[in-house]
Design a protein around this ligand. Structure first.
Ligand code: FAD
Length: 406
């Protein structure tokens, strides 16, 4: 098998896994079921824990071409617009040795894809991984491509097939993710289409009750990514239906979506309603998840490693889902760097031990952030007061951002 790695899924986790494995001297192939590689959707924020890895991978220049480098993160009240607390993000590069960046998901994906291709990774579209089989010595994918099923053999397989991971279902059989009761509504607006007072190169988190709004620059600062995260109901919570919705395409009519947004943000201050009003073409995304990871078995089964949302889907309230996927594959690649094929099962166990508790902690913290961001009544008053008093100390997360710093 000679250090071959097969990867199911060509999203951010899969593309990063291909790149990192090839950089570690493995021969990597990525199978993506979609015929076209197009990362649609929203922006992503990447903390210094993640940009440190991209720097180590030699991707600093590529990142600078597409990312924005916000100077601050501001927690604001949805009702009054008041800035409750600010975290200076430019300091991140000094404190944590790497910048805090915001970028479009498609730009991050393209950057990783280009890097993977430069490393010689084979990336195949229209290639559905149907099943995985393994013996003590080898792992096999059955791949349906252009009407034919072919078998591919390797020393290692990676399940990077997302929150609805069919490989997880096959390997762990622990059921489908469930709807969290939270919906993300997202829009992208050119800064040049906004009046001057609504343009921004910073991250703003507008906190309300049962809803919050996040805005930040993407595409080198030329666009503003605006996401409203609200507790709400869907027309149909059926799992198959939910799965079909995970495309950032609105399930409801625009009129329905706007009515819901209006309801979620009732009582919001004028700057925020002006910003929301300036955005067009809202898309929605029902957030689905699982409980925090329970053990290393959720990361590794024999010669198969599960990474990214396949292993640990999380609410986006700590902005770390893609970040944890990148941390996963960096650790995986470092375990594989000098491994022989015979070492693989043991090295994958070391990978799982190194990762699962951190991922569980990030999942739990993201969930807790959701409760804080959406607090109601006296809890909300306490939240706002705490932010005013504690400021940046409440918003900084040293155990998260400082991870892996030597
Ligand atoms: C509103 C919102 C905001 C977010 N903000 C942030 C943020 O600021 N920062 C951050 O780090 N993260 C953020 N995230 C999370 C982040 O987007 C995800 O964690 C990340 O994209 C997961 O990547 P993935 O590659 O694991 O999964 P996916 O992106 O879902 O990729 C899985 C891929 O596998 C393919 N696939 C599935 N099954 C098969 C199969 N059988 N064979 C072949 N291919 C298959 C799919 O087509 C897909 O391309 C946010 C998420 C949401 C919803």
């Amino acid at each position: 098998m000679n250090r071959t790695v097969l990867i199911a899924g060509g999203g951010i986790a899969g593309m990063a896994a291909g790149f990192a494995a090839a950089r570690a001297g493995c021969s990597a192939t990525v199978f993506e079921r979609a015929a076209e590689f197009s990362e649609v959707g929203a922006g992503v924020q990447l903390g210094p824990n993640v940009t440190r890895i991209l720097q180590a991978w030699g991707l600093t220049h590529a990142l600078k071409q597409v990312a924005a480098f916000p100077s601050g993160l501001h927690a604001r009240s949805i009702i009054t617009g008041e800035t409750l607390a600010s975290l200076p993000l430019r300091d991140a590069a000094v404190t944590y040795g790497a910048p805090y960046v915001t970028l479009h998901r498609a730009d991050l994906h393209e950057l990783l894809w280009q890097a993977a291709q430069r490393e010689g990774v084979q990336v195949l579209g229209d290639a559905l991984v149907q099943r995985v089989h393994q013996t003590r010595d080898v792992v096999t994918f059955d791949v349906l491509a252009r009407g034919d099923v072919q078998q591919h053999l390797a020393a290692v397989a990676v399940a990077a097939d997302g929150v609805w991971s069919p490989l997880r279902e096959q390997l762990l059989g622990d059921g489908l993710p469930s709807f969290t009761g939270h919906i993300a509504y997202r829009a992208l607006v050119a800064q040049s289409d906004l009046p001057a007072h609504l343009r921004s190169q910073d991250v703003s988190v507008w906190m309300g009750s049962q809803a919050h709004v996040v805005s930040y620059p993407v595409r080198g600062g030329e666009y503003l990514n605006v996401v409203c995260l609200a507790e709400g109901r869907l027309l149909d919570d059926d799992a198959n239906h939910l799965q079909a919705l995970q495309t950032w395409n609105a399930q409801k009519t625009e009129a329905q979506t706007l009515t819901e947004l209006h309801h979620a943000l009732r009582g919001a201050c004028t700057p925020l309603t002006d910003l929301m009003g300036a955005c067009r073409d809202w898309r929605l995304w029902p957030l689905c998840g699982r409980p925090a990871m329970q053990g290393p078995h959720e990361h590794v089964q024999g010669r198969v490693a599960l990474v990214g949302d396949a292993a640990h889907p999380m609410l986006p309230y700590l902005a770390q889902g893609a970040g944890m996927a990148i941390e996963d594959v960096a650790e995986l690649a470092s375990q594989l760097a000098d491994a022989t094929d015979a070492d693989v099962p043991q090295r994958l166990q070391s990978f799982a031990q190194a990762r699962w508790q951190r991922n569980a902690r990030v999942q739990a913290r993201a969930r807790r952030n959701g409760q804080i961001f959406h607090a109601t009544g006296p809890m909300r008053v306490g939240r706002d007061m705490g932010l005013r008093l504690m400021g940046a100390r409440l918003m900084d997360v040293p155990w998260l951002y400082g991870h892996g710093r030597s």
